[in-house]
Design a binder for this molecule. Structure first.
Ligand SMILES: CC(C)(COP(=O)(O)OP(=O)(O)OC[C@H]1O[C@@H](n2cnc3c(N)ncnc32)[C@H](O)[C@@H]1OP(=O)(O)O)[C@@H](O)C(=O)NCCC(=O)NCCS
Length: 227
C-alpha cells in the first residue's frame, strides 16, 4: 500500500524593499528565496514523517527522516521495519509518499511553460518523438515529472539518460508510462530491485494553480507493468 501526503506552504513573507539599494535588494531577495526553499524542505519532511508513520502504524514522533548518500530520504524508526519513502516540492506544495510494498517515487511540478520536451539531456530521441505525439498541453512537463518520479524510486544519483520512458500514453486521469532502467542503471541496482516501474501522473490543484503529481511504483505482482 502507498500512502501520500500533500502539504501547502503558507504565503511567503512580504518583501519590504522600499528605499533599499539595488545590491541590498538582491541580498534580501536571495534570503527570501532561501527561506521559502527551507520551508518547502521542512514541509516535505513533515509530510514524509506523517505518511511514514501511517505506513508503519507507529506514532509520528517515533519516525526520523534522514538523507542518504545520493540525497534520497531514509526512514529511521525504532521498530526495525523498513519502508520506502519519496519527497517532492514545487512552488507552494510539498508531497511525500511512503510504501510498505516496494519502491516508490513521487514528483510534483507546478504547471508552467517549458521547452524541456526538446532537451537532448532530459530525453532520448525516441522519448522526444513519443512526447510530440502525446495529445496534452505541457506534454514535456508531464513526461519530465514521470521520469523524475521513476528516477527517485530507484534512489540513485544517475542522470535522466538512465531512465527510459516507454508506453507513454494518456489515461482517463492523466498520463502514464512504463519506466525502464538502462543496463548501466540496472548494474547499480540491488538484485531484487525491479528494472521496470509503472508511473502515473495526474493533475492536482494548488492554491496558486495546477500541478502535475507523478507516482512511480513497482508493477503489482502478476500484472503487466503497463496494465
Ligand atoms: C534529486 C533531484 C531529481 C530533485 O529534483 P527537484 O525537482 O529539484 O526537487 P523535488 O522537490 O522534486 O525533489 C527533491 C527531493 O528529492 C529527494 N531526493 C534527492 N535525491 C534523491 C535521490 N537520489 N533519490 C531519491 N530521492 C532523492 C529529496 O528528498 C529531496 O527533497 P529534500 O531533500 O528537501 O527532502 C534533483 O535535485 C537532481 O539531482 N537533479 C539531477 C537531474 C537528474 O538527473 N534528474 C533525474 C531525472 S531522471
Amino acid at each position: 500500500m502507498i500512502h501520500i501526503e500533500v502539504r501547502t506552504l503558507g504565503a511567503p513573507r512580504p518583501r519590504s524593499l522600499a528605499g533599499s539599494r539595488a545590491d541590498t535588494e538582491c541580498a534580501v531577495a536571495a534570503a527570501h528565496t532561501m527561506l521559502r526553499c527551507g520551508s518547502r524542505h521542512t514541509l516535505g519532511r513533515s509530510a514524509a514523517r506523517r505518511c511514514a508513520a501511517r505506513a508503519l502504524g507507529v506514532p509520528e514522533r517515533s519516525v526520523t527522516i534522514d538523507t542518504g548518500p545520493c540525497g534520497e530520504p531514509i526512514v529511521r524508526t525504532g521498530a526495525g521495519r523498513t519502508i520506502e519513502l519519496s519527497i517532492s516540492h514545487s512552488a507552494r506544495l510539498a508531497v511525500a509518499a511512503a510504501s510498505s510494498t516496494g519502491p516508490v517515487g513521487i514528483d510534483l511540478e507546478r504547471v508552467r511553460a517549458t521547452d524541456v520536451q526538446h532537451s537532448e539531456w532530459a530525453f532520448s530521441r525516441s522519448e522526444r518523438q513519443r512526447i510530440a505525439r502525446l495529445p496534452v498541453p505541457h506534454a514535456g512537463l508531464w513526461a519530465w515529472s514521470l521520469k523524475e518520479a521513476a528516477w527517485k524510486a530507484w534512489r540513485l544519483g544517475t542522470g535522466p539518460e538512465d531512465v527510459c520512458l516507454t508506453a507513454l500514453r494518456v489515461t482517463a486521469g492523466g498520463v502514464a508510462s512504463r519506466a525502464r532502467a538502462t543496463s548501466r542503471l540496472s548494474r547499480l541496482l540491488e538484485d531484487d530491485a525491479p528494472r521496470t516501474l509503472y508511473v502515473r501522473a495526474r493533475p492536482i490543484e494548488g492554491p496558486d494553480g495546477s500541478y502535475v503529481l507523478s507516482l512511480a511504483r513497482a508493477p503489482r505482482p502478476n500484472t503487466p507493468a503497463a496494465a
